[in-house]
Design a binder for this molecule. Structure first.
Ligand SMILES: Nc1ncnc2c1ncn2[C@@H]1O[C@H](COP(=O)(O)OP(=O)(O)OP(=O)(O)O)[C@@H](O)[C@H]1O
Length: 238
């Protein structure tokens, strides 16, 4: 279980997060939602060690993640999806997942075994020789999951993985997120696509102006006037 307690972050004089506390249990999806600039990415960067908080604590299964460097946080079981584009577009699907597995083991046959297991689990085995640059975006997102899971994480952080997908593709990726969750991993997901949040979130944390304004089920938070005014009303009309 991830525990975030009273976390604050400022950039110079700009206060981006204030007194943020929530938990994300193993085997559940916790969605982080809120308007642009609310502080969601900053929070994920703090959890994954890419930024350090000014105050507060972050723990995973009782172990302190606070202020540890990203490489150490990764070793402690925190994995995040990557935008698999740019340089990696030339790699094939197998190489991409094997690269992530290599962070779990340096033994060649173990790396190949882990990569094969993940590719089969995600229905990607027959695409293993395809270049990432040549497969549809939805498939690239599934490769992202296979990569994220190849390091056998306790916590998987997903940053807007549904962005730019068609509703049918969103359904495919929703199934993959469920498959990850069902392995017992804790998932924290920043997501603007409400179709995905509604389908997946066991609990929702709503951020606005760097503060949590509501937590609960999607049904609970959608009833909050403050949430509707800050985010959902606007999201529903755009
Ligand atoms: N490195 C930084 N230096 C200064 N300000 C920053 C930095 N990173 C983020 N901010 C500011 O912090 C605030 C929160 O940004 P953040 O990206 O965390 O929001 P967000 O909720 O993820 O937004 P979005 O949905 O648009 O991704 C914004 O005002 C942003 O300009």
């Amino acid at each position: 279980m991830l525990e975030v307690a009273e976390v604050a972050k400022s950039f110079g004089g700009l206060r981006v997060l204030t007194d943020v506390s929530f938990t994300a249990p193993a085997g559940e999806v916790t969605a982080l939602i809120g308007p642009n600039g609310a502080g969601k990415s900053t929070l994920v960067n703090l959890i994954s060690g890419y930024l350090q908080p000014n105050a507060g604590r972050i723990q995973l299964d009782g172990e302190e993640l606070t202020s540890r460097p990203a490489a150490k946080v990764f070793k402690m079981g925190v994995s995040r999806t990557f935008q698999v584009t740019g340089n990696t577009a030339e790699l094939n699907v197998f190489e991409c997942v094997a690269m992530a597995a290599y962070r779990q083991s340096k033994d060649f046959s173990t790396v190949n075994r882990i990569a094969e297991e993940q590719l089969r689990a995600f229905g990607l085995w027959r695409y293993r020789t395809r270049r990432l640059g040549d497969i549809p975006t939805a498939m690239v997102r599934v490769v992202d999951f296979a990569r994220g899971m190849a390091s056998n994480p306790k916590l998987l952080l997903l940053d807007e993985v549904m962005a730019g997908l068609t509703p049918a593709e969103v359904d495919v990726v929703i199934d993959q997120v469920r498959a990850c969750r069902d392995t017992g991993v804790a998932i924290v997901m920043i997501e603007h696509v409400l179709q995905a949040v509604t389908a997946l979130a066991d609990s929702v944390v709503v951020l606005n102006n760097g503060q949590i304004i509501a937590t609960g089920s999607m049904q609970d938070v959608s009833r909050s006037e403050e949430v509707r005014a800050a985010y959902l009303g606007r999201a529903a009309t755009t």
